[in-house]
Ligand binder design. Structure first.
Ligand code: 5GP
Length: 184
């Protein structure tokens, strides 16, 4: 069966950037497009960055059992649609899920063979600086995300691999090694 990689860790740690770097190095990897009830940020595209859903649409998928995992994060809902994942796995492609910690725990229970990788920031200050610097969240959201990040960081030892994203090139190299080891 095609491999599933779960990449988790706090918001602002650079999961998205690392995954872009990883996919340049390992092009056969496919990224599962998540569903969310948060609004699209400028530059984000429906169906590419996320499936942006209304609260009702999301709830209907929950009721129908369409999610492999789903969680609430910073007052919004996020989830991995079974169809997204299964279509890619059925095509024989290794798949990457970029999700927060509660969702990663659910995947650990339902798909124990998935490779779980936790990304940590070099420090809390670095995380705060990144959340503020990317300019996508207001001060209230940044504070909420930092609170959640503290809880998420406490869970890092639950995961099979922990990679510190200090220098992007180093972290991407480490991530590539973990992925290639699992693929071969
Ligand atoms: P953002 O709003 O910054 O795009 O994402 C907020 C958090 O939700 C990030 O930690 C991101 O990895 C996580 N996330 C994105 N998609 C999913 C998903 O499908 N399921 C879960 N559980 N978390 C997700």
């Amino acid at each position: 069966m095609a491999k599933v990689f779960v990449i988790t860790g706090p918001s602002g740690v650079g999961k998205g950037t690392l995954i872009r770097a990883l996919r340049e190095r390992v092009p056969e990897l496919e990224l599962s497009v998540s569903a969310t009830t948060r609004r699209a940020r400028p530059g984000e595209t429906q169906g590419v960055d996320y499936h942006f859903l209304s609260d009702d649409e999301f709830e209907r998928h929950v009721t129908a059992g369409d999610f492999v995992e789903h969680a609430e994060y910073s007052g919004r809902r996020y989830g991995t649609l079974r169809e997204e994942l299964e279509r890619r796995v059925a095509g024989g492609h290794p798949v990457v899920l970029e999700i927060e910690v509660q969702g990663a725990r659910q995947v650990r229970d339902t798909l124990p063979e998935a490779v779980q990788i936790f990304i940590t920031p070099p420090s809390e200050d670095a995380l705060r600086a990144r959340l503020i610097g990317r300019g996508t969240d207001d001060a209230d959201q940044v504070a909420k995300r930092l609170d959640t990040a503290r809880e998420e960081l406490a869970a890092k030892d639950e995961f099979g691999h922990v990679i510190c994203n200090d220098r992007l090139e180093d972290a991407a190299g480490e991530l590539e090694r973990v992925v290639r080891d699992a693929l071969h």
